[in-house]
Design a protein around this ligand. Structure first.
Ligand code: HEC
Ligand code: HEC
Ligand code: HEC
Ligand code: HEC
Ligand code: HEC
Length: 178
């Protein structure tokens, strides 16, 4: 009787370890996939840190954020407005200059994208809501390669809406699903 109990316990522990190993493996795969999605390879490396720490404000490049639903990405003409004079000889800036000379926009890979059935507006959040960019996007001004800090799910939106004084209005389905 004792012996069977003991071997049962050993098998139970072995099974426990098996389950933990499987969970760790599954978790590892999930993390790797999430990261692969998180930082796509951009056509030109774009180090936010170099420009923001040189004193260029977010809105200089993402000006649409205060006047429209989208924040917008600056054109290659805008890049060359500075890079005809700044860091002109680095491999990355040479690539930017090549796009400019060919008259082609840089095909940046979009990172944050909501499904089409969701309505979001930068203007509302940044102007009326007075939220700064970092609140939703993290410390972009220190990033060498843009990395999303939040998974922008419905729960993520509602978490903040629920904490607002007008939470009742902001929780309504038609606010985001029009
Ligand atoms: C000199 C121009 C410039 C400045 C200044 C700048 N950005 Fe950007 N930003 C870009 C470009 C170009 C991209 C596209 C490449 C990339 O994703 O890294 C981008 C991408 C982003 C994205 C990701 C867009 C997506 O695909 O989801 C966010 C968020 C963002 N910027 C926020 C900020 C914030 C916040 C600041 C200020 C702290 C800032 N940016 C300053 C040019 C700029
Ligand atoms: C308002 C001026 C300004 C604009 C507009 C601007 N940059 Fe810059 N950029 C800078 C400054 C200043 C630096 C820092 C100088 C350095 O790193 O040597 C810099 C640095 C960089 C670097 C790092 C240089 C290297 O290769 O080591 C890259 C890459 C770059 N910018 C790409 C871009 C791209 C792409 C755009 C357009 C989306 C852009 N920049 C728009 C001013 C600007
Ligand atoms: C309340 C949260 C929130 C704030 C605050 C916010 N963003 Fe965003 N941002 C988002 C969401 C959500 C998306 C994805 C939108 C979509 O797919 O329609 C996004 C997408 C972007 C994009 C890529 C798509 C586009 O709109 O062009 C850029 C660039 C960007 N944000 C920059 C900024 C900047 C710069 C600021 C500050 C001026 C800012 N954001 C403030 C939530 C926010
Ligand atoms: C960090 C807080 C925060 C997050 C995250 C956030 N919101 Fe908001 N949102 C607000 C605030 C605050 C307002 C109210 C602004 C005002 O009118 O004063 C608002 C207002 C809105 C409005 C306008 C409502 C109206 O009719 O006036 C829409 C649409 C909206 N949010 C969609 C979204 C979606 C979609 C997401 C997620 C992708 C999201 N929000 C994430 C804080 C947030
Ligand atoms: C503050 C914004 C916001 C509000 C309010 C909101 N949603 Fe959503 N909803 C989202 C976002 C963002 C997504 C897409 C991301 C996701 O699937 O989590 C979404 C996705 C969904 C989906 C698709 C889920 C899926 O798995 O694809 C359904 C269904 C949905 N919402 C129903 C509702 C209903 C019903 C309400 C009202 C009780 C509501 N939503 C209120 C932002 C919102």
């Amino acid at each position: 009787m004792r012996a069977t109990m003991k071997s049962f316990r050993v098998r139970l522990i072995a099974f426990g370890i098996f389950v933990v190993v499987i969970l760790l493996l599954a978790g590892g795969v999930f993390v790797v996939q999430a990261q692969a999605q998180a930082t796509p390879q951009q056509p030109v490396p774009f180090p936010h840190v170099n420009m923001v720490q040189s004193g260029i404000p977010c809105l200089f490049c993402h000006a649409d954020a205060i006047r429209s639903p989208t924040a917008g990405i600056p054109s290659v003409e805008k890049c060359m407005g500075c890079h005809k004079f700044i860091a002109t000889n680095t491999p990355a800036i040479q690539k930017v200059a090549d796009y400019y000379q060919r008259g082609q926009p840089i095909p940046w890979v979009r990172v944050n994208r909501l499904p089409r059935f969701v309505y979001f507006s930068h203007q509302v959040h940044v102007v009326a809501g007075a939220l700064n960019c970092e609140r939703c996007h993290g410390d972009v001004g220190r990033m060498t390669e843009f990395q999303p800090v939040a998974r922008m799910t419905m729960g993520w939106c509602l978490n903040c809406h629920n904490a607002q004084p007008e939470a009742d209005r902001l929780k309504d389905c038609v606010v985001c699903h029009r």
